[in-house]
Design a protein around this ligand. Structure first.
Ligand code: BGC
Length: 354
């Protein structure tokens, strides 16, 4: 069968190749791939700066944003069911993983499908254990391909709220920095949770991303027009800030964007070596005297996947046309480079019809 493979550590090695047909082991389910989303992590693997091939091999099958259909009945699933699959697998030797929380793995020796030591789903067929599959309701359909980035946002919001709720707080105003898939999904999920949301991006206010953010009732801010510190002066600070732009300076700056008891959660990764800086009083005075918190979040627990699928379906009911427009480019596997270069919210690789 055909799949999209890359040699981690080797820049520009990504190619369509013949890969062995998967053979389901006991308890595993054979899946037919419908669609696989492409994200910044896939681009980093493709650029040779991230990812690890499975043991004894050079090449890794990419793809961790999976939507597929069950090809043969298996435990808890029937042929024809729409499914997605979680990404991270246990390190096999820590309490967090043993307890079903590889998203909080203590050792860091976890594996991730399509990223670290395990092949991904960007191939015509795939296999997965039933325990790692998540049902996608037929009403959500092809939008189920957004479940993986959605799960990352669901975890971040759950954690930010858990930190906020450690003390009396006002879960009213949220700022999302970044208008890619993670920023946009965070915007929609926060709106579903009843937050008043501002979404800040580099694109001008006239672009499709601005319109998508505003379609769910958020206010889009172009940082070229309104610097974030000016926004804070205007709005009065935020209870939740989600950083999804992947800029370490902006991540540090989020501490200054919070109001009393506010929580900032960092999702975008920035691996550049550099110093970032902050007015010492923001850290040394405001963060302490105003009980502010800053945390990072990665990956997702199974409960976040369930929450994401449920939230996506609710978002579809309220803002269906806009959610459909999140996937701005669908291309055949051979045109994968177009998906990697796409500048809109989400591009996907198409493998087949349901
Ligand atoms: C994925 C996560 C993964 C992280 C680090 C992200 O792109 O969405 O599931 O944990 O990369 O590998």
């Amino acid at each position: 069968m055909r799949g999209l493979v890359a040699i981690p550590d080797k820049p520009h090695s990504t190619a369509v190749a013949e890969v062995p047909d998967p053979r389901p082991a006991e308890g595993e389910i054979l899946l037919r791939t419908l669609e696989v989303g492409v994200c910044g992590t896939d681009r980093e693997i493709s650029e040779g700066v991230f990812g690890v091939a499975p043991p004894g091999r050079d090449a890794l099958v990419l793809g961790h944003e999976f939507l597929g259909v069950v090809e043969r009945d298996g435990p808890g699933f029937s042929r024809g069911d729409l499914v997605t699959a979680t990404v991270r697998r246990s390190c096999g030797r820590c309490d967090a993983c043993a307890g079903g929380s590889p998203d909080a793995c203590h050792t860091g020796d976890y594996s991730e499908r399509g990223i670290t030591r395990l092949d991904g789903f960007a191939s015509e067929l795939a296999v997965e254990s039933a325990e790692h599959l998540v049902a996608v309701p037929p009403s959500l359909g092809r939008l189920g391909v957004l479940a993986e980035p959605g799960s990352v946002c669901a975890r971040a919001i759950r954690h930010a709220c858990a930190v906020g709720e450690r003390q009396p707080w006002r879960a009213e105003r949220a700022l999302v920095v970044g208008a890619g898939a993670i920023g946009m999904l965070s915007t929609y999920f926060l709106r579903l949770d009843g937050f008043e949301v501002w979404t800040a991006g580099r694109s001008p206010r006239t672009t499709a991303k601005a319109q998508l953010a505003e379609a769910c009732g958020a206010t889009y801010i172009s940082t070229a027009d309104v610097p974030l510190d000016a926004l804070v002066d205007d709005v009065g600070g935020f209870d939740v800030v989600i950083e999804a732009a992947g800029d370490a300076q902006v991540m540090l700056d989020t501490l200054a964007l919070l109001r009393r008891n506010g929580v900032a959660c960092l999702l975008g990764v920035d691996g550049h070596t550099r110093k970032v800086s902050l007015d010492g009083r923001v850290l040394g005075v405001d963060t302490i005297l105003q009980n502010r918190a800053l945390l990072g979040s990665v990956n997702a627990h199974a409960r976040d996947w369930e929450a994401a699928v449920e939230a996506l379906d609710r978002a579809r009911e309220r803002w269906g046309d806009a959610l459909e427009a999140f996937v701005g480019l669908r291309v055949a596997l051979d045109c994968f480079d177009e998906a990697f270069e796409f500048q809109g919210v989400k591009a996907t690789l198409q493998f087949g019809e349901a």
